[in-house]
Design a protein around this ligand. Structure first.
Ligand SMILES: Cc1cc2nc3c(=O)[nH]c(=O)nc-3n(C[C@H](O)[C@H](O)[C@H](O)COP(=O)(O)OP(=O)(O)OC[C@H]3O[C@@H](n4cnc5c(N)ncnc54)[C@H](O)[C@@H]3O)c2cc1C
Length: 418
């Protein structure tokens, strides 16, 4: 049999799957419905592509809550260091930034996609852009090809790398989930992850664009859900930024059960007494001013009014008239600015989709389906979602590469058997 390995989806996972199979000198057909490869890859990392992270393996695994262990084989097959060397060989030099985040030196994701495309062109890969796959063909329990709008493509093995549900204009419209379900696979509930949150308080809109660095945000449902330290951002609808995105995964799940509150500690480096002494010092300095003008050293201008409102303090009150009790209310707010989450933004705006093809039904050593022969999965279609930091792309590259190599191995062994 000389049918190709067919890869569905030309994103991070699909491209590496095609490379993984083609490097083993197996014919590959890569089908992508867009007229360009890697549309989502182009917008990653704000157009700079945070390709991976230098974190050690165990830390990497922990960045995929609940499911990280599934990635051991894929990461052993193509680790973060392997990926960095791979891009070096393709002529894309990488650099490491804060938190071990790895980006191209050029700061251009376009360079990444172009280098991958050039490499694909050197391999036995028949790239068919503008080809929308509409289903997967089965004979008995074995995959034999895919249906496209242009006709049938026979396949020795099929790798589904169709991505998730977020940013659908990049092509990730969830088609692969439907194909997997039609083939008998379980798709776990699909939810947005790494998603901004909407809040009930409409004063946030006045702060839109304000970034807070070195703050601690705690999310509360019936109990404490989680806590993150770092940077957040106010938007016209609520909150976003790295620590909010990280918390969003658990917040989205809790919102299905009940309300969620956020508490922002604006001065987490100071304990309560030290913060109160700091406020007293500022009040001494600005004793002749109105309260709203006495907090300029402590808070960004835009945040002063909401902090005073929440503390039930009159912004026009002379500082020397503030009572001890009022001052303590202010300190409480500074260490626990409350927000009520109403909902997450829609899944189309998520950085990744949480949920997907159940990992119980996929062999982590090969990425092959345990239900259907010659069917493989790679990338975001799997029930795998990580935090920000380059982990999701590395997972897509690694699972893709492993699926490609496994499918090629199967191709070789079946040819030997003939
Ligand atoms: C705004 C944004 C920024 C991000 N930044 C980062 C970052 O810096 N670092 C990081 O690690 N992660 C980042 N991510 C997450 C990362 O982009 C994804 O985890 C990764 O792209 C998943 O790769 P994939 O190949 O599985 O899916 P995708 O990249 O979505 O690729 C799937 C491909 O399949 C194609 N396809 C779908 N259905 C069909 C069909 N029926 N027929 C043919 N083709 C089809 C699609 O057109 C698409 O090209 C970001 C995500 C977003 C939305």
């Amino acid at each position: 049999m000389n049918s190709p390995v067919v890869v569905v989806g030309g994103g991070a996972a699909g491209i590496l799957a095609a490379i993984g199979a083609a490097e083993k000198e197996v014919p590959v057909v890569l089908l992508e419905k867009n007229t360009r490869l890697g549309l989502k890859l182009l917008i990653t990392g704000k157009g700079r592509s945070n390709l991976t992270n230098t974190a050690p393996l165990d830390f990497f695994i922990q960045q995929f809550p609940g499911h990280g262990r599934f990635l051991y084989s894929a990461l052993a097959n193509l680790s973060n260091n392997d990926l960095i060397s791979f891009f070096h060989r393709l002529g894309v030099e990488l650099k490491v930034e804060r938190g071990g985040r790895v980006f191209p030196v050029s700061d251009r994701s376009k360079d990444v996609v172009e280098a991958l495309s050039r490499y694909l062109a050197k391999l036995p890969v028949d790239l068919r852009l503008g080809t929308n796959v509409t289903g997967v063909n089965l004979t008995g329990n074995t995959v034999t090809g895919v249906k496209t709008e242009q006709g049938l493509v026979t396949a020795h093995a099929v790798i589904l790398a169709t991505g998730g549900l977020s940013y659908p204009r990049t092509g990730s419209t969830g088609d692969g989930y439907r194909f997997a379900q039609a083939l008998g696979h379980t798709v776990t509930p699909l939810r947005p992850s790494l998603i901004p949150l909407e809040t009930k308080e409409n004063w946030v809109a006045d702060l839109s664009g304000l970034t807070l660095k070195n703050v601690k945000v705690t999310a509360w449902g019936k109990k404490k859900l989680g806590e993150e330290f770092g940077e957040m951002l106010f938007t016209h609808f609520g909150v976003s930024g790295p620590i909010i995105l990280t918390l969003s995964r658990i917040v989205v799940r809790e919102l299905e059960k009940g309300p969620v509150r956020l508490s922002i500690n604006l001065k987490p480096a100071l304990d309560r007494d030290t913060l109160e002494r700091r406020v007293i010092r500022d009040f001494d300095k600005y004793a002749s001013k109105h309260l709203k003008n006495a907090l300029v050293d402590l808070l960004p201008q835009k945040l002063i009014q909401p902090v005073l409102n929440i503390s039930n303090l009159d912004p026009h009150q002379p500082v020397h008239q503030v009572t001890r009790k009022e001052r303590q209310c202010l300190v409480d707010t500074l260490q626990g600015l409350p927000l009520t989450v109403t909902q997450a933004r829609p899944i189309a705006e998520a950085i990744v989709t949480s949920g997907g093809v159940s990992l119980k039904e996929v062999n982590p050593k090969t990425m092959e389906s345990k239900i259907v022969s010659n069917l493989y999965f790679a990338g975001e279609i799997l029930d795998l979602d990580g935090y920000t930091g380059g982990y999701n792309l590395q997972a897509a590259f690694s699972t893709g590469y492993l699926a490609g190599r496994s499918a090629a191995g199967r191709h070789h062994s079946s040819r030997r058997d003939q």
